[in-house]
Each structure stands twice: as structure tokens, then as C-alpha cells.
Design a protein around this ligand. Structure first.
Ligand code: ADP
Length: 218
């Protein structure tokens, strides 16, 4: 695995959970917050943590922010600080800046000043919950475009102990199986002889309507 250097600015609930996951995955993570208590609290979940106000150029220079592969701006309610921080990071030439937006207007400003990826945690989580309710067998998904998704779908019992050839999923449902997840192991590009077992997850690609139909089979 390539070890990457991440910095997470703003150590609230969102920032800490991003930082902790990246650190647990083996990457170097620097946590930054202007609030000393937050920095002390996060110290065991990151490689290193510092107190700094990231709206100050000098602070960013002394941290050496240019050397990070990716910086996540997880500043919460202080929109002005979030915008100023993203602007400075882009001016410093940080390659990948990910920023959390409070809403549409904040997001539009972040986009204009060059944030590479804007996250709307509340909106995105709301959509996830609704999608999960609409398709109970769908456990996870990636949006490829407005039309196409990759989804991880728990196989319906009616499909257990049959081969992919017998199931003929592409012809019947217009979606393609790209992998099977079985007890945590991934079988990539499964052959048509592969038998599907109870509890398997199918990773399928297709358009959303076809996927919705497929993930609602009993
Ligand atoms: P959440 O909703 O994810 O819990 P919060 O608003 O509680 O988010 O957390 C945002 C964090 O960002 C706070 O800990 C705050 O101290 C930090 N923060 C705000 N402005 C700055 C700044 N200019 N520089 C560094 N950290 C900042």
C-alpha cells in the first residue's frame, strides 16, 4: 500500500471520523484545529495533531501544508474560515482539497475557489438512508453518473445455490455482476460457472432503475 500524507482541518465529529479512518488504514494523518482541547482529544486517533488557525498564511507555512497529498477541510459552522482556508490551500498549490459544505451556497463558493471535491454530509446521508429504505437488499453504492451506479446487493434467497449462468442476470435484469463478496473475500469478474450462496453480496453495475428493480427481488 502507498502510504499517503493527509491533513484534516477542523476536528469536530466529521473531521475526527475522517481522520481516524485514514489513520487506521495506515496513512499519515495530521489533525489541525484552532481549539486546543479538540487537538488534545484527537491525539490518539491520528499520527500527529497541532493547534493552528488555518486562515493564517503563516500557520499553514509552518505546518508545511504544501507537502500533503490531500487536505480535508472539515470546518463546521464557520463558513468564513472554511472559505478562507480552502482559498489559501489552493493558493499554496495543494493538489487535492476536499471540503465540507453546510449547504448549497457554501458549496458553490467552495467550487468557485477550486475545492476539488465538495461534501454535503447531511444531504448525502439523507439520500443514503432513503436509498437504503427503498432498496433493503442494497448495502452500499457508488454513483458513477446521474444514470449509472455500482451497488453491493445482498442476494435474494431465491437466487441461492444457482450458478450465474442459470441466473442469467444480465439478460433478465439488464445489470452486470462485476464481483462477488463472500465472507469478506472478493471474487472479481466471476465466471458463469460460479455458484451463488446464501449471504453472498453481488457487486453489480447498471442504470439506477434496473438496479432498483434487481435489489427488490424477494
Ligand atoms: P462537526 O459538525 O463536524 O462536529 P464542528 O463545527 O463542531 O463540526 O467542528 C469544526 C471544527 O473546526 C471545530 O473544532 C473548530 O474549532 C474548527 N475550526 C473552526 N475554524 C477553524 C480555523 N480557522 N482553523 C482551524 N480550525 C478551525
Amino acid at each position: 500500500m502507498v502510504k499517503r500524507q493527509y491533513a484534516v482541518i477542523g476536528l469536530g465529529r466529521f473531521g475526527v471520523s475522517v481522520a481516524r479512518k485514514l489513520y487506521e488504514a495506515g496513512h499519515d494523518v495530521l489533525g489541525i484545529d484552532c481549539n486546543e482541547e479538540r487537538v488534545e482529544d484527537v491525539e490518539i486517533a491520528v499520527t500527529h495533531a497541532v493547534v493552528a488557525d488555518t486562515t493564517e498564511e503563516k500557520a499553514l507555512i509552518s505546518i508545511g501544508i504544501r507537502n500533503f497529498d490531500c487536505v480535508i477541510v472539515a470546518i463546521g459552522n464557520d463558513m468564513q474560515s472554511s472559505i478562507l482556508t480552502v482559498m489559501l490551500l489552493k493558493e499554496f498549490g495543494v493538489k487535492k482539497v476536499i471540503a465540507k459544505a453546510l449547504g448549497k451556497h457554501h458549496g458553490r463558493v467552495l467550487e468557485k475557489i477550486g475545492a476539488d471535491w465538495i461534501i454535503y454530509p447531511e444531504r448525502d446521508m439523507g439520500e443514503r438512508v432513503a436509498n437504503q429504505l427503498l432498496s433493503p437488499n442494497m448495502l452500499n453504492y457508488i454513483e458513477l453518473s446521474k444514470e449509472f451506479n455500482i451497488e453491493e446487493i445482498l442476494i435474494p434467497l431465491s437466487m441461492a445455490e444457482k450458478s450465474l449462468r442459470e441466473l442469467d442476470i444480465r439478460a433478465k435484469y439488464n445489470v452486470s455482476v462485476i464481483a462477488i463478496v463472500r465472507e469478506g473475500e472478493i471474487i472479481v469478474s466471476p465466471s458463469s460457472d460460479q455458484i451463488i450462496h446464501k449471504g453472498d453480496l453481488l457487486v453489480v453495475i447498471g442504470n439506477r432503475e434496473d438496479l432498483a428493480e434487481f435489489s427488490n427481488i424477494e
